[in-house]
Design a binder for this molecule. Sequence first.
Ligand SMILES: *[C@@H]1O[C@H](CO)[C@@H](O)[C@H](O)[C@H]1NC(C)=O
Length: 126
Amino acid sequence: MSFHSFGPIIPNNEGIDTITEILATILKLVIGRGGFKPIAQGYFKYTHQFANADNVSFSVADFREIGKQMTYYTLADASKGVGEFMKFERGKEWREVSFELEVGKGGYVGSGHLTRSPGTEASVDR
Ligand SMILES: *[C@@H]1O[C@H](CO)[C@@H](O)[C@H](O)[C@H]1NC(C)=O
């Protein structure tokens, strides 16, 4: 998994809350649909809306138009990978980021983004 195109800061609690909810959501999909099943429509998007009107979104799309499909297990790895990257590589500083996903030696299977829409400027945590 590779990360690039870093953007504005995401408050730590918003990043953690978003990834935690995503992992729970994906766990249900893994159990309900099967971890090795390709993700529906080749696309997954989750937006966490916070009480202060901030929205943090995580979106992933696979490369099925070139024959690369992403499974629900890969989707789970992607969300876990984003959380671990922010925690360990970036010293717990969360930022907007884009990323590429690869599986084994199969090459890249998809890409994604973590983005934030601040509700109000006053809610930006600096
Ligand atoms: C957050 O999402 C809600 C619901 O879709 C929307 O009404 C609101 O405008 C969004 N806020 C921002 C800052 O984008």
